[in-house]
Design a protein around this ligand. Sequence first.
Ligand code: SAM
Length: 330
Amino acid sequence: MRVDLPTALPLICPACRRHSDRGLDLSSLELLPGGYLSGDEALEGTLRCLGCGRLYPIIDGVPVLLRDLAQIEAFGLVSLEPEALALFAGAGPDGSMLAHGAEQLSTYLDSSWGDLADPKLPCGFAALAARLAAPERAATALELGCGVGRGLLSLRADLVVGVDQSLAALRVARRILRGEPVRYARRGSGRKYSGAIITAPAAPHVQLICADALNPPFAPATFERVAAMNLLDNVRSPRALLHHLHQLAAPDGELLLATPYAWRDGIVEEGERLDGPDALRAELAQLGWTELAEEQRVPWTLRRDGRSSTGYDVHFVRARRGPGGTHSQP
Ligand SMILES: C[S@@+](CC[C@H](N)C(=O)[O-])C[C@H]1O[C@@H](n2cnc3c(N)ncnc32)[C@H](O)[C@@H]1O
């Protein structure tokens, strides 16, 4: 029986990509026989690099393509069944892996999909979702740092790929985007959770990969549209992220970016922080991108619990790659 690779695009080994005299050397991945299938989809299985032989797992239908598998967040591997999660998170303490993970997951699910669980809840991502829905349909689109995946529903393309390093977020996103009613633990206050159910339209054209946005498992120039919403201030080097987005975009590709510039110690290196919209524009211009649209303040709200939320005004940019754009090496 034929078993589909988890994406319709070739997946590239993140461990043995290197620049050599010949240019960029890339090795693709193959799916090993065996594993656990649902129809022709591998829910559990193993991918092997045809170059270096390194193995990568598929968990709940999501390939984990981290160069070093020890980078995986342990929360990604636990049961996300809401009653069990609520009990373990409730046991605390607040800073424990399960309490923190449940809080983060509840925040992003509520802010992104909460309106589809409870029509009285606003969608904190609605304004950004509207900006992602470009008028022209593309063949391929990518969102780096897609989180629980609401943006993927808005990106208009025949094939949409979402990448995040949080396996927990992707495991839930995959089920939501298949159109399954998904139960999750919604934070009421403190470590108290109750169940809620998200029912979203099915999006069979979306595929998800757990990977590092600073080591993406794709060949250069693969995507007609590339996006990163609220990711620039979540990576070690925003400039390296821009270089990767630049490399992954097709020669006449489009770029969608949003950021609140919310720098934090221990996340973004001090010398790598971009000093606001002017600095971002300058970086993009240097890479050969021309702005098509820009908005200084697009609202983005994260619901923390039943009584609190955090609001951001994010800077949004839509740009197209000019013909003279450089191809830099991050
Ligand atoms: C602030 S959230 C934004 C999520 C979503 N794009 C949104 O706007 O709601 C940042 C996301 O980036 C992911 N992330 C952070 N660093 C990453 C990296 N190096 N590679 C891939 N994903 C990363 C986090 O797991 C998280 O889901």
